[in-house]
Design a protein around this ligand. Structure first.
Ligand SMILES: N[C@@H](CCC(=O)N[C@@H](CS)C(=O)NCC(=O)O)C(=O)O
Length: 233
C-alpha cells in the first residue's frame, strides 16, 4: 500500500498516526507526489486532495474512509472500542475533529494575511470552530485518551485538529479555541506525550517550519522544474 501524504497535512497526519499506532507501517510506503505540487493530483484522484491510499485494487481518498479501510483490513489491530456505543463515541469525536474543527479551520486559512483578510469570513468560521470545540468539551473523556482507556481513531483525528487550534488559529488574530475548555486542554497536555501523538506532532511541526522558512516552496519549485525542465521560476 502507498499513502500519498504531506507532513503538515492534518488529514494525512491523522492516517499516519493510525498506521503508526496499529503497527502496520511496514505495509505502507509514504510519498508526496509531484502532481500534488503541480495541482494535478485530480488527474489521479478526482477529489484532488491528500491523503490518498493506493491499494492493490485502486485508490482510496478521504482520511475517514482510509481509516475505516485500515481497521477492516487489519481487524485484529483496529483502533476501535469494545462495544457498539464506544465505537459510536469514537466515530463521533473523530467527526467533530474532522468536520467541525479541521474543516472550518481549513476554510479560514486564506484569512490569515491581515492585508487581504475579510473579518466577517474569519468571524463566521471561528464561531463554527468554537461551536465544535464546545461539543468536543462535552463528549471527550477525562482519561489519557479521547474515548475509553486506549488509543483509538478518535485520538488520531484529534491530535492534528488540536495542533491546528494551537498553531494555526491564533494566526487569524483570535484566541486558541481550546482556551477555557478544561477537559480538552487536559487531554491535549496528556496526548502530546503519547509516542504516536508525539511523532505526528513532530512531523507537523517540521512541515510548518518548512512552510514558514521557505523550504517547502523551494521543494515545490524544484519539483516543477524537474517536471518541466524548459520552464523558469
Ligand atoms: N475531507 C478530506 C480533506 C482532505 C484535504 O483537504 N486535504 C488537504 C491537505 S490537508 C488538501 O489536499 N488540500 C489541497 C486542495 O484543497 O487543493 C479528508 O478527510 O481527507
Amino acid at each position: 500500500m502507498k499513502l500519498f501524504t504531506g507532513d503538515l497535512s492534518p488529514y494525512s497526519a491523522k492516517v499516519r498516526m493510525q498506521i503508526y499506532a496499529m503497527g502496520v507501517e511496514d505495509e505502507v510506503s509514504f510519498e508526496l507526489p509531484v502532481t500534488f505540487y503541480l495541482g494535478k493530483l485530480a488527474e489521479y484522484s478526482p477529489l484532488g486532495r491528500i491523503p490518498v491510499m493506493e491499494v492493490e485494487e485502486g485508490i482510496i481518498p478521504e482520511s475517514e474512509v482510509i481509516a475505516e479501510y485500515l481497521d477492516e483490513r487489519f481487524p485484529d489491530k483496529a483502533l476501535l472500542g469494545q462495544s457498539p456505543k464506544e465505537n459510536a463515541d469514537i466515530r463521533l469525536v473523530s467527526r467533530i475533529a474532522d468536520i467541525y474543527l479541521m474543516n472550518n479551520i481549513f476554510m479560514a486559512l486564506p484569512q490569515i494575511p491581515r492585508k487581504t483578510r475579510n473579518d466577517s469570513i474569519r468571524d463566521l468560521l471561528y464561531k463554527q470552530v468554537m461551536r465544535g470545540m464546545g461539543a468536543l468539551e462535552a463528549h471527550i473523556g477525562t482519561g489519557d485518551y479521547a474515548v475509553g482507556n486506549r488509543l483509538t481513531r478518535a485520538d488520531c483525528s484529534l491530535v492534528p485538529a488540536l495542533f491546528l487550534c494551537e498553531k494555526t488559529v491564533p494566526r487569524l488574530d483570535v484566541a486558541n479555541p481550546m482556551d477555557g475548555h478544561a477537559k480538552v486542554t487536559a487531554y491535549w497536555q496528556k496526548i502530546q506525550s503519547n509516542p504516536h501523538g508525539a511523532r505526528v506532532l513532530a512531523e507537523m511541526n517540521k512541515g510548518l517550519q518548512e512552510r514558514l522558512d521557505g523550504t517547502e516552496q523551494q521543494r515545490i519549485q524544484a519539483a516543477i522544474r524537474a517536471a518541466n525542465p524548459a520552464s523558469s521560476d
